[in-house]
Design a protein around this ligand. Structure first.
Ligand code: RRO
Length: 291
């Protein structure tokens, strides 16, 4: 392992983080992911009031990925207690809200308890939350400023479901973001031909997994050209070669989500390949595809 690295104001143990939403629902599950080699973990998104989520089915496995419509299930302020077992560990709390004030309120609960925040401005199927905010540059700037002004490192996670992601990245940067995370899931759905209706209880969901990797690489590449804060690549990463490709596009670190469902030790496996004696030095490759 390369030893501690700093990305967007947060100290990580290596370049590989757990992506938001996957297994990040309890302190114990997050601790286990860290024990299994993650350099940092991002929690399930926490909001201003408890939510049970969308009616099932909430997940459907498709070729190359998973479509989810979880519906932002979260225990809200009760999640603060989950962080007790993670004291001093690199834990980034993902937060969502419907207004800049709500973002700031939720973030405020975790000041002094989290290494940083990841603002979820990008859930593709959340009425009034997520991408509804994340596709409006003025709102992105305001929500970012409302949290970043608390003085805790603040990352902003973007949706690919917009015409120009660089315009949204620029708004986050103006609002004081310390880093940009790209991308959240891609709008998607399946229809059951047998039942003649959508498979998911919510009808629509977001696609993650290998199928979206090239979309994520393109978004990271574009953001690297247009912004001057670090970018964290997220979307379909499942191998050390994927990590290297993301870094060459411009990512300073990488988040892994869907791939851990098949392999809890994926962080250790990828790290072994990435940091082996003849592996590539990350500092040398970030953004090198832009030369
Ligand atoms: O909970 C979800 O349904 C969800 C969220 Br908050 C998100 O940001 N992205 C996603 O694909 N699902």
């Amino acid at each position: 392992y390369p030893g501690p690295i700093e990305v967007g104001g947060i100290q990580l143990k290596n370049h590989l983080l757990l992506a938001a939403g996957i297994l990040g629902t309890t302190g114990a599950s997050l601790a286990r992911i860290l024990q299994n080699g993650a350099g940092g973990v991002v929690t399930k998104s926490i909001g201003p009031s408890p939510k049970v989520g969308h009616p099932g089915p909430c997940l459907v496995v498709v070729d190359g990925g998973i479509i989810n419509a979880m519906g932002l299930p979260n225990p809200s302020t009760a999640f603060v207690d989950e962080l007790a077992v993670l004291h001093g560990e690199p834990v980034i709390v993902s937060i969502f809200g419907g207004t800049p004030e709500e973002f700031r309120t939720v973030a405020g609960w975790f000041v002094g308890k989290a290494s940083g925040f990841e603002l979820n401005l990008s859930c593709p199927h959340a009425e009034g939350y997520g991408a509804a905010i994340g596709s409006d540059p003025a709102l992105v700037e305001e929500c970012t400023r409302a949290v970043a002004s608390l003085g805790v490192p603040t990352w902003v996670k973007l949706t690919p479901n917009v015409t120009d992601i660089t315009e949204i990245g620029a708004a986050a940067e103006r609002g004081g973001a310390d880093a940009i995370v790209a991308i959240n899931t891609v709008k998607a759905m399946r229809i059951s031909t047998a039942l003649r209706r959508p498979v998911l209880g919510n009808r629509f969901g977001g696609l993650s997994g290998k199928a979206i990797f090239p979309i994520a690489v393109r978004c990271v590449y574009d953001l690297y050209e247009s912004c001057s804060i670090p970018i964290i690549g997220c979307g379909g990463v499942s191998t050390a070669d994927n990590v290297i490709e993301m870094m060459m596009a411009g990512a300073s670190a990488v988040e892994i989500g869907s791939a851990i469902i098949d392999d809890i030790s994926i962080f250790a496996t990828i790290a072994e390949d990435l940091y082996s004696p003849d592996g590539i030095d990350a500092r040398e490759i970030v953004g090198c595809a832009h030369a």
